[in-house]
Design a protein around this ligand. Structure first.
Ligand SMILES: [Zn+2]
Length: 495
C-alpha cells in the first residue's frame, strides 16, 4: 500500500536524522538514546557546561542532574572521543558505583547507544569493574575511561574531564562539621590535580552549607562567572514544568516536616552558620561528671510522639522522651534521661510509665494531637503498675508557632544552654562520631537544626523546658478556665 510505504520512508529518514543529530548534539543525544525529553533547563546546563572549561551547576534535587551530567556527558564524550578519561567524584564510593553501573548498562545494553556510537565497546581485559570502565581505544593508557571515586577516598589516575556530582551531603556538610572542613582541606587539591592544564571540570550539586566545599568553591575566583544557579523561588515557579509543575512543588513542600529543608533542597538556600541554634562546643562545655540527683529536685519530662502528623511522613519520625531535673537553688536544668526510638503504641506507653516511675516527674508534657489523647487513655487503662500516676501527670502541649518564638521557642532553649543554664551529666568519655546515646543524639539534632534529619529528641527537650518553666513553685489552687481547660500553671501544689 503506497500510503503505508510513504509513512515508513518518512519514519526511516527521521530515524536516520535523529541518529545523525545524536552524534553531534548532546541534547539530541539525550533524547534519542535515553528516550527522554530535554527540558529548557537541561539545554541551558549543557550550553553552559560546553561554553566553559570549568563550570559549576547548582540545581534542585530530583531535577535530572545525574542523568544529564554524570551519565550523559561521559557516554556522549566517549562516543566523540574514546580516548577521553573521565573522573566522577561523588559523596562516597558506593554512590560512585551507581553512577558507573548506569554508564555500564548504557554501553553494554542500550541498543540506541550502540547505533549512535557503534565503536564504543568494553575493553574488559583492561578494566570493567564496579568503580572503573575502560573502552576500546586507539592508544595505550593506564587510566580507565571512566573512574568513579568517593570524595574522601584517594584520588588516582590522570583525567581529562573531572565531574563532581553532589559530593557534599547532610552528613559531611552539616552533621559532621569536622568532615566539612577536612574535605575542603584534604580532598579538593588532590582531586583537582588529576587534571592537566587542558582538563575540564564540571561541578554539579544541590548546595548544603555555606561553608562546605560547594560554598567555598562557588565564591572562589576559579569559578568566577562560571556558576549557573537556578532553583525554585518562594513563589514556587517551576523550572522543569514537565516533571515539577507548581502544584507538584507545592505538594512536595507539604510533605516536608521542616519547610527549611525544602528551601535548601529546591530553592538552593544554603544553611548558614547564623542559623545554627548552638554549636557542639557550646553544648559539650555543659557536660559535668555524673552525680546522684537529689530526690527533692523537681523533674520534668517532654515527649515528642512519632505520630505527630500522619500526613507528613511519620516514617521519618521517632518517639522521644526527655527528662530533666531542676536544681532548686541555681535553677540549672540537668539532663536526666534521654530516650528515643521507633516505639509501638504499647511500647510508648510502657516507656512513659517507666520514666514516670523512675524519675517521678512533676509534669509530663506531650505534644498535643489526637494520638496524645489516645495514648493518655491507653496508659490510664493499661494496668501497668504506675500507669494511673503517669496518666495524671500528662499534659497536652500545643506547640504550634511557639516553636520558633525567640524567647520561649527553640531559640529560647538554645539561649538557656548558651548562657550555661543547663548541665549535661556525663561519663566524660569521648562520644565523638556516630554514638547513638541519647545525649549524643540530642546534641546532633540541636546543632544541625533546621536541616537535621531528625528533630524529635530536640523537640522533647524543648517540651521538658516548657514544662519546667511553666511549673509554678508557689502553692496554687486548681482553676477551671473559661474553655473548661484546667490552666496548667495553677494545677500543682508543692507536695
Ligand atoms: Zn554518646
Amino acid at each position: 500500500m503506497p500510503q503505508a510505504n510513504a509513512g515508513n520512508i518518512v519514519q526511516k529518514v527521521s530515524e536516520a536524522e535523529k541518529i545523525r543529530r545524536a552524534r553531534v548534539n548532546i541534547n539530541d543525544y539525550m533524547e534519542y538514546v535515553f528516550d527522554i525529553e530535554q527540558a529548557d533547563l537541561h539545554r541551558q546546563w549543557h550550553d553552559f557546561i560546553q561554553s566553559k572549561k570549568w563550570s559549576m551547576i547548582l540545581a534542585p534535587q530530583f531535577h535530572g542532574k545525574s542523568t544529564q551530567i554524570t551519565l550523559g556527558i561521559p557516554t556522549f564524550g566517549l562516543g566523540k572521543n574514546p580516548n577521553l578519561r573521565f573522573g566522577i567524584v561523588r559523596q562516597s564510593e558506593p554512590m560512585g558505583h551507581s553512577a558507573i553501573s548506569a554508564i555500564k548498562e548504557t554501553i553494554e545494553e542500550n541498543g540506541r547507544y550502540h547505533t549512535v556510537f557503534p565503536h564504543v565497546t568494553p575493553n574488559k581485559k583492561l578494566s570493567w569493574k564496579l568503580d572503573r570502565l575502560t573502552v576500546v581505544r586507539d592508544r595505550t593508557d593506564e587510566s580507565p575511561s571512566i573512574h568513579s571515586m568517593g570524595i574522601t577516598s584517594a584520588p588516582s589516575g590522570r583525567k581529562d574531564w573531572l565531574m563532581f556530582d553532589d559530593p557534599c551531603t547532610y552528613v559531611n556538610s552539616i552533621s559532621q562539621p569536622r568532615q566539612r572542613q577536612s574535605i575542603i582541606d584534604n580532598s579538593w587539591t588532590p582531586f583537582k590535580n588529576l587534571l592537566g592544564p587542558n582538563g575540564r571540570m564540571t561541578y554539579i550539586c544541590t548546595p548544603y552549607h555555606e561553608a562546605d566545599l560547594t560554598g567555598v568553591l562557588r565564591k572562589h575566583k576559579v569559578f568566577a562567572g562560571a556558576v549557573f544557579a537556578k532553583g525554585i523561588n518562594r513563589n514556587f515557579d517551576p523550572i522543569w514544568e514537565e516533571v515539577w509543575p507548581r502544584q507538584a512543588l507545592m505538594d512536595w513542600f507539604e510533605t516536608e516536616i521542616n519547610p527549611r529543608e525544602f528551601w535548601r533542597a529546591f530553592g538552593l538556600e544554603t544553611v548558614s552558620a547564623d542559623e545554627q541554634l548552638i554549636t557542639v562546643d557550646q553544648l559539650t562545655a555543659l557536660k559535668v561528671p555524673f552525680f546522684k540527683i537529689p530526690e527533692t529536685w523537681h523533674k520534668f519530662t517532654g515527649v515528642d510522639l512519632a505520630i505527630a502528623n500522619t500526613r507528613r511522613g511519620a516514617d521519618n519520625k521517632r518517639t522521644s522522651i526527655f527528662t530533666i531535673a531542676v536544681d532548686p537553688e541555681t535553677k540549672y536544668k540537668y539532663t536526666v534521661d534521654i530516650r528515643y526510638g521507633k516505639f509501638s503504641s504499647p511500647e510508648t506507653a510502657r516507656q512513659i510509665v517507666e520514666v514516670s516511675m523512675e524519675h517521678k516527674p512533676q509534669l509530663i508534657y506531650v505534644e498535643s494531637n489526637n494520638y496524645q489523647y489516645a495514648l493518655q487513655e491507653w496508659i490510664a487503662v493499661s494496668g501497668i503498675p504506675g500507669s494511673s500516676e503517669a496518666s495524671q501527670k500528662i499534659q497536652p502541649y500545643f506547640t504550634g508557632s511557639e516553636k520558633t518564638d525567640a524567647s520561649i521557642g527553640l531559640p529560647g532553649l538554645a539561649g538557656e544552654c548558651s548562657r550555661g543554664m543547663w548541665r549535661i551529666p556525663s561519663d566524660m568519655e569521648d562520644h565523638s562520631g556516630t554514638c547513638k546515646c541519647g545525649t549524643c543524639q540530642w546534641i546532633r539534632e540541636f546543632t544541625t537544626y533546621p536541616v537535621a534529619e531528625f528533630s524529635d529528641v530536640l523537640m522533647a527537650s524543648w517540651m521538658s523546658m516548657r514544662a519546667a518553666n511553666s511549673y509554678s513553685y508557689e502553692p496554687q489552687v486548681i482553676f477551671i478556665g473559661a474553655g473548661g481547660h484546667r490552666k496548667r500553671r495553677m494545677m500543682y501544689e508543692i507536695p
